[in-house]
Design a protein around this ligand. Structure first.
Ligand SMILES: Cc1ncc(COP(=O)(O)O)c(C=O)c1O
Length: 459
């Protein structure tokens, strides 16, 4: 087993969590229609549903919450946030938003016309949905290595540059109002993007005159991966690496619920003066005045402090090693995962783990149900429950390329004992996995069914 990194913090406030009994969980699962989104959070022992907004804030951030300036316009907390955003990103303009998807929504509403295409390595689902809502097409051009879960690659989140160039040539720049790059690449397993790749993507977008926006939710984890893995970066600080990355782009969207270590918040940053004028108008319509953008002054203060704390290298070394510890522990227990471990989550390859359960019976959903039943651990299915869709031409169901289960790790929340408990729960399931049964859907909505569908265990 790898060594668990000692936490670079000590615990000042605790939140009790409750261990339910097996019989209780069995009943709670039945009541929830075997959909873990329908459970009450207080009935969960270890919650790995998401790393978004689930961070434990520091005493420095909580101190800032008390000092938040709630003035409608020109609040001190806004200027503190501005100083942090400028120091780290260097962008000329920014607005706060209530979360990442609000920044995406404003950008897409202002720039995307029906029929446009927006390339990226992989768009996150909210980004893809915002592009579609404006009539555009989100295009994913990640490297082929990302499609093989067992294949290790140091920067598996990279964009395929050849595919990007041919896509631009075929589509024409008139239909590409901007291009994106997601760091780290959540959709393929929280995998990092190298600086060489950011440079190459930037060079291509600039050559064609296409504005370049980074989806920067996990900019700090990505910077630390670059420091660890890319030649020439070992002696640079994560702040310098982040600054270099942002300098290669024209703007960014960011959910502050990840690496900015806040429970709510987002950012939309840019250099373009004219676009900024339009952004402020759209923000006032949707979110609020440009110095608070849908947030309380205290939230701005927590973000301002979190943006800097998220770049702390002791914290980042611990954070990435904690995720790797979970991944390697699962591999040692015979549980296949997307390799190598990513930044914020481990993705179990449920299709390979439970080969006796056909995709029509959702092996990923079967596994998340069993993780809760066996140990009170909540994870999320990211397979055919979440992603299967009808073929637009034949109407037949197209299943997800991979049947994954994501174990996302909230920042600074769980200790080694908690992570060991998750590994032990999965090791115990691995020992009897052939007896696990698939599920069928008994009720589902038309869209985004994984949030509310109900299931039954296949007899
Ligand atoms: C890569 C990426 N982009 C955008 C978002 C959307 O952010 P938010 O949930 O704050 O709207 C997320 C959230 O998980 C994400 O992971």
């Amino acid at each position: 087993m790898p060594v668990y990194p000692a936490e670079p913090f000590r615990i000042k406030v605790i939140e009790p969590i409750r261990r339910t009994t097996y019989a209780e969980r069995q009943q709670l699962l039945q009541q929830a229609g075997y959909n873990l989104f329908k459970l009450r959070a207080e009935d969960i022992y270890i919650d790995l549903l998401t790393d978004s907004g689930t961070t434990a804030m520091s005493d420095h951030q909580w101190g800032g919450i008390m000092q938040g300036d709630e003035s409608y316009a020109g609040a001190r907390s806004f200027f503190n946030l501005e100083a942090a955003v400028k120091a780290i990103s260097g962008f000329k303009h920014f607005v706060p938003t209530h979360q990442g998807r609000a920044a995406e929504n404003i950008l897409c509403t202002l720039l995307v016309k029906p029929g446009d295409s927006i390339p990226s390595n992989s768009h996150f689902d909210t980004t893809g949905a915002n592009i579609r809502a404006a009539g555009g097409n989100p295009i994913d051009l990640v490297i082929d290595e990302a499609k093989d879960p067992a294949k290790p690659h140091p920067f598996k989140g990279n964009m395929d540059i050849d595919k990007l160039v041919s896509f631009i040539e075929q589509t024409g720049i008139e239909s590409i109002p901007f291009g994106m790059l997601t760091v780290t690449n959540n959709t393929v397993g929280g995998q990092p993007v190298s600086m060489a790749n950011v440079k190459a993507v930037s060079e291509v977008y600039r050559r064609y005159g296409i504005p370049f926006f980074i989806d920067a939710c996990r900019y700090a984890e990505n910077a630390y991966f670059i420091k660890l893995r890319e030649e020439g970066y070992a002696s640079k600080t994560t702040l310098e690496i982040a600054q270099e990355m942002f300098s290669l782009s024209d703007g960014c969207t960011m959910s502050a619920k990840k690496d900015a270590l806040a429970n709510i918040g987002g950012l939309l940053c840019m250099n373009d003066d004219a676009l900024f004028e339009r952004t402020k108008q759209a923000l006032i319509l949707r979110e609020g005045f440009p110095t608070y953008g849908g947030l309380a002054g205290r939230d701005l203060e927590a973000m301002a402090r979190g943006l800097h704390e998220g770049l702390d290298e002791d914290y980042l070394a611990y954070r990435l090693a904690q995720t790797a510890y979970l991944g390697e522990g699962l591999l040692a227990a015979g549980v296949p995962i997307v390799q190598p471990p990513g930044g914020h989550a481990i993705y179990v390859d449920a299709g390979r783990f439970l080969p006796h359960i056909p995709v029509e019976q959702f092996p990923g959903q079967a596994l998340v149900i069993e993780m809760y039943r066996a140990g009170g651990v909540r994870a999320v299915e990211l397979g055919s429950v979440a992603f299967a869709h009808p073929d637009p031409h034949t109407g037949e169901t197209v299943h997800s390329a991979l049947e994954l289960v994501r174990l996302a790790i909230p920042r600074r929340v769980y200790t080694q004992a908690h992570i060991d408990y998750v590994i032990e729960t999965l090791a115990e399931i691995a020992a009897r996995k052939d007896a696990l049964k698939g599920v069928r859907i008994v009720q589902q909505p038309e869209l985004l069914r994984h949030f509310t569908a109900e299931f039954a265990i296949v007899a």
